[in-house]
Ligand binder design. Structure first.
Ligand code: CA
Ligand code: CA
Ligand code: CA
Length: 187
């Protein structure tokens, strides 16, 4: 059901372009993790970045078969390109909840923060540990050391700084632009 909606959000022309790109890169119709990295031009990742990208792959692989098929690929693109803040936050939550128990604990957030920083390569005033603690101080409302979906959604939406940081952390648009650039030059 989510997939069908995602596909409708694209117009026919866009769908066709994405399909062509997908089938050119991936004639089998199923993208493996290795191909996924190739596809997005992600090479020579550090161990923590690799973990992060793998987590991303896993959230896109909605039926957990270890491959991204065309519908899953369209759903992912539609989220990145056209998803509402709420939709994106739900997706981030799923991505950050590494063990899938329905809550984000400190360790999970710390690993993610470190991975994002490794990918972005920018320097930061605050250590990843301090940053993680600050997030928990701000949005772990009941103070149980875990972020529930509600705490995460509420907390992030009501804090401009966090929202900006999260949005940038998962900004795949430069990657998407790169793909679109290729499509435009080829057609
Ligand atoms: Ca799949
Ligand atoms: Ca968890
Ligand atoms: Ca909590």
């Amino acid at each position: 059901m989510g997939n069908a909606v995602a596909l409708e959000e694209f117009n026919a022309c866009e769908s066709h372009q994405w399909y062509r790109k997908f089938m050119t890169e991936c004639p089998s119709g199923l993208l493996t993790y290795y191909e996924f990295k190739q596809f997005f031009g992600l090479k020579n990742l550090s161990e923590s970045s690799d973990q992060y990208v793998r987590a991303m792959f896993t959230t896109f692989d909605m039926n957990d078969d270890g491959f991204i098929d065309f519908m899953e690929y369209v759903a992912a693109l539609s989220l990145v390109l056209k998803g509402s803040v709420q939709k994106k936050l739900r997706w981030y939550f799923k991505l950050y909840d590494v063990d899938g128990n329905g809550c984000i604990d400190r360790e999970e957030l710390l690993v993610i923060i470190k991975s994002i920083r490794a990918i972005n390569g920018a320097t930061h005033e605050m250590s990843a540990e301090d940053f993680t603690n600050m997030v928990f101080d701000k949005i772990d409302i009941n103070g149980d050391g875990e972020l529930s979906l509600e705490e995460f959604m509420e907390g992030v939406q009501n804090d401009e700084m966090l929202l900006t940081m999260l949005t940038q952390s998962l900004d795949l648009s430069h990657i998407v632009q790169k793909i679109q650039g290729e499509i435009i030059t080829k057609s």
